[in-house]
Ligand binder design. Structure first.
Ligand SMILES: NC(=O)c1ccc[n+]([C@@H]2O[C@H](COP(=O)([O-])OP(=O)(O)OC[C@H]3O[C@@H](n4cnc5c(N)ncnc54)[C@H](O)[C@@H]3O)[C@@H](O)[C@H]2O)c1
Length: 382
C-alpha cells in the first residue's frame, strides 16, 4: 500500500514509519518539525538528541534496505497538502500531526491558539485532500482517551446507545475533555464524523491512552533509531517521566492525591494497533472507533511500580505529592471498554517489572543529560 504518515518525525510517527516500511509498504513521512520547535522554545528538549527525519530515513535504509520517503512541510497549509496528495496518492493515511501537549495548550493564549489552529487545520486539510484526490483512502486518526474525560459511568468504545422517552438513538459517546489540547481532539472527532456522514469517507479514530517506552522491534537496541524521550512537564508522559525521575534520584512527582486513573500502552502495542487498523479498513461511510490502551493504572499505582523496580535495581527512589497544577478529579470512577483491538488480534505487552527495568537501564545510559529543572515547570490550568 501507499501509506502517508502525517507527523512522521514524532514520538509515534518515526517508529510507525519504520514498521510500515519493514512490512513492505511504500511510506511517505511528512512533518514540519513543530514538536522540535516547541521543545526548543519551551526548553523541553528530549533526553537524547534525535537525528532529523532525512538522517533517520538514510540510517534506516542503510540498516534495513528499505526506503522511507520524507517531505518537510506544514499540513495546515492547503497548497502543501494538495502537492503531497497529487504526488503520492495514499491508500491509507496515519494522522499524528498535531500539537499533543496538554500543558503546552494551557500555557498562554499564543500556545492555545497554535494548538487549536494547527490541530483543526491539519485534520480539516486532510479530510478535504482525501475527498478530492484519494476518496477510497482510509484515514487512521489518532484521538485520545482524554476526549471522554472521567465520567461517573462506564466509558464505551466510541458510541453510546441512548433510550429517551421510549425512543432509541446511537450517539458519539459524550466527550468532556480536561485541557484545550484534548478539546481539539474532540473537535477532530466531530469534524471526521460530520464528513463521514456527508461524504462517505472511511475513518478509524483511535482513542489512545498515554504511551510509554521507546523501543520497537525495528529499532532493536539501536539508539540512533529511537524516538524522542521527553521527561519534562510539557512533553513527558507520566511513565516516561517517572522513570527519568527515578534514575535522577528525584522524587516521583505525583500530582495531588494520585488517584487519577488512565489507560496506558507500550509503544510496541501502538505499532501493532496501527497495523491492525490499516489491515482491516472500515467500509466507506463508516467512522470506526477503538479505545487504544491495554491496562489502566492510577498515577499512585504507577509511582509504586517504578519505586519498587527502581529500588530493586539499587536506586534511591521515593514519591512525593505536589500541588496539582491541573483542574482534574484526583479520585474518580474509571471503567473504559477496550475489546475492539483485541478482537482484531492485538496481543498486549503488559507493564511488567522487566519492562520497567529495561526502561530504567535505557535512561541510565543518558543519566548525565538529565536536567531536573525540567521536571516541574508550573504550568497552571487556572
Ligand atoms: N504519545 C502519546 O502518549 C499519545 C497518547 C494519545 C494520543 N496521542 C496522539 O498521537 C499523535 C502523535 O503523538 P506523539 O506523541 O507522537 O506526538 P509528537 O509531537 O511527537 O508527533 C506529532 C508530530 O506531528 C508534527 N506536526 C504537528 N503539526 C504539524 C503540521 N501542521 N504539519 C506537519 N507536521 C506537524 C510534529 O512536528 C511532530 O513531529 C498526536 O495526535 C497525539 O495527540 C499521543
Amino acid at each position: 500500500m501507499n501509506i502517508l504518515i502525517l507527523g512522521g518525525d514524532g514520538y509515534l510517527g518515526w517508529p510507525t514509519a519504520m514498521r510500515l516500511s519493514s512490512l513492505g509498504h511504500d511510506v511517505l513521512a511528512v512533518d514540519n518539525y513543530l514538536r522540535r520547535r516547541i521543545c526548543r522554545e519551551t526548553s523541553s528538549e528530549p533526553l537524547y538528541e534525535v537525528p532529523d527525519l532525512a538522517e533517520r530515513a538514510e540510517l534506516w535504509q542503510s540498516i534495513s534496505g528499505r526506503r522511507v520517503k520524507v517531505s518537510i512541510g506544514d499540513l495546515s497549509d492547503w497548497a502543501y497538502v494538495e502537492q503531497i496528495f497529487t504526488a503520492f496518492r495514499p491508500d491509507a493515511v496515519v494522522h499524528y500531526a498535531e500539537q499533543p501537549s496538554a500543558p503546552y495548550s494551557m500555557m498562554d493564549r499564543e500556545a492555545a491558539a497554535l494548538t487549536l489552529q494547527n490541530n483543526l487545520g491539519s485534520t480539516f486539510n486532510l479530510i478535504h485532500a482525501v475527498r478530492q484526490f484519494a476518496p477510497e483512502c482510509h484515514i487512521v486518526k489518532l484521538g485520545t482517551m482524554g476526549e471522554y474525560g472521567t465520567p461517573n459511568i462506564d466509558i464505551e468504545e466510541g458510541w453510546l446507545d441512548v433510550e429517551h422517552k421510549g425512543r432509541k438513538q446511537r450517539f458519539l459517546y459524550p466527550r468532556q475533555a480536561g485541557s484545550l489540547y484534548h478539546t481539539t481532539k474532540v473537535m477532530d472527532t466531530d469534524l471526521l464524523w460530520f464528513y463521514v456522514r456527508a461524504w462517505g469517507i472511511r475513518v478509524t479514530d483511535l482513542m489512545q491512552g498515554p504511551v510509554y517506552g521507546v523501543e520497537t522491534s525495528e529499532s532493536a537496541g539501536d539508539l540512533r533509531l529511537y524516538p524522542f524521550l521527553n521527561y519534562d512537564e510539557i512533553f513527558g508522559t507520566v511513565i516516561n517521566r517517572f522513570i527519568v525521575q527515578a534514575v535522577a534520584g528525584h522524587p516521583l512527582t505525583v500530582f495531588g492525591k494520585g488517584g487519577q486513573t488512565r489507560g496506558f500502552l507500550n509503544i510496541k502495542d501502538t505499532m501493532n494497533c496501527i497495523c491492525l487498523a490499516i489491515e482491516t479498513p472500515p467500509e466507506p461511510g463508516e467512522l470506526r472507533i477503538f479505545n487504544q490502551f491495554t491496562e489502566t493504572f492510577s498515577v499512585r499505582q504507577l509511582a509504586a511500580i517504578v519505586e519498587r523496580v527502581g529500588q530493586s535495581l539499587g536506586l534511591n527512589v521515593r514519591t512525593e505529592s505536589v500541588a496539582n497544577p491541573r483542574v482534574e478529579a484526583e479520585e474518580h470512577y474509571y471503567s473504559p471498554a477496550h475489546t475492539g483491538l483485541v478482537e482484531l488480534g492485538l496481543k498486549p505487552h503488559p507493564l511488567t517489572d522487566d519492562v520497567v527495568a529495561g526502561m530504567i537501564r535505557t535512561v541510565q545510559r543518558f543519566q548525565d543529560r538529565i536536567d531536573p529543572s525540567k521536571f516541574l515547570r508550573g504550568v497552571q490550568w487556572r
